[in-house]
Design a protein around this ligand. Sequence first.
Ligand code: AMP
Ligand code: GLY
Length: 424
Amino acid sequence: MNILIIGSGGRESAFAWKLSQSPKCENLFIAPGNAGTSQYGTNVDIKVTDFEGIKTLVLNKDINLVLVGPEEPLVKGIHDFFLADDLLKNIPVVGPQQEGAQLEGSKDFSKQFMVRNNIPAAASKTFTKDTLQEGNQYLATIGLPIVLKADGLAAGKGVLICLSVEEAQQELKEMLTEAKFGDASSRVVVEQFLQGIELSVFVLSDGTNYKILPEAKDYKRIGEGDTGLNTGGMGSVSPVPFADAAFMKKVEERVIIPTVEGLKKENIPYKGFIFIGLMNSDGEPNVIEYNCRMGDPETESVMLRIESDFVDLLQGVAEGNLNEKELIISPKTAATVVMVAGGYPSEYLKHKTITGIENVRDSQVFHAGTYMDGEDVKTSGGRVLAVTSLQDNMFAALQQATADAARIYYDGMYFRKDIGFDLL
Ligand code: AMP
Ligand code: GLY
């Protein structure tokens, strides 16, 4: 079959790497892709939100399945666009329709969904400009620190952790009355801070059946020892030692099953990934957030651990028989080290030539922010490459991914050398 992946990051590179290995995959297209995805398929320069452009491509190339990587096209309704078009409606899209994508697109929607379905999460209330006064009163009652979340998509920047009530009141005012995050903060979810250690749990669902993919831990801060500014993600590890069988059983019973059943009960069709950001608070799972897609850089580690044919699993999603598909997960550990541009996550360097990828010994190098300039591979994004290694144990995986990252060079390159060390 012919498959189209939508997106251009490390996540989509890892999808492309995995799908291209399937005997079921005849032709693979990536829109728009990057310098690395062209190793696995054909890049087509179409933006992820250019639905008409995607339609033309799908019809011209006789695409049989579309896998959507990032949240933006899902929240903007790409799946609904397909269903509403006579020529596209029978071409399966992996990724939820707009309503299901609200699990990520609206923090208020997702909190209400959790409350309705008894899914453990932090106590919270939602406020608008008109209820700012009540909001200020609530801030004084919930205890410190206080978490403020812009309701809508804010490019990963819409969550603030405030250390005093005064700071929270100031931020709440700026979010609601001064559009600190634009339209996204016209509603703000005020939430209790959860103590504990975070992990990312991934579920693939056909709307009725589900498979739990390998869990992963993501490292968000730019600096070693989890210091400095938040980033899109500096590395990942899978499996996560503290997500043992007893913990994952609680996650399945208290979070995954109520989520999949809740969607069904509420008539919200959902064919795609559910990424559950969880806090492990003394062995008890609490949901921090839902995303309607896979994580990046978690996908890079997760794909290396999946031994089954991923096209077959995606067909199960499309056809609604995911329960009949086999998911085999490697017991080995995958570790991902993300290489970023100098200056990232603030203003960063671009157009630097990357060398040394051919010297990497035992890792997959997934491209994220790269492009081809003649024969040269150059940097274009903040996150440039993801170097992922699968080894018998966590120490070996971390060591190999880090050593292989060090074999690559570009002006200003930076990566964390302590990914996963907190878990050893
Ligand atoms: P989100 O965009 O919802 O993933 O939030 C970004 C980050 O803020 C999360 O990955 C957590 O590290 C942190 N965070 C969000 N909500 C909470 C909470 N209720 N308690 C503690 N940390 C939180
Ligand atoms: N790694 C976190 C995310 O993809 O949102």
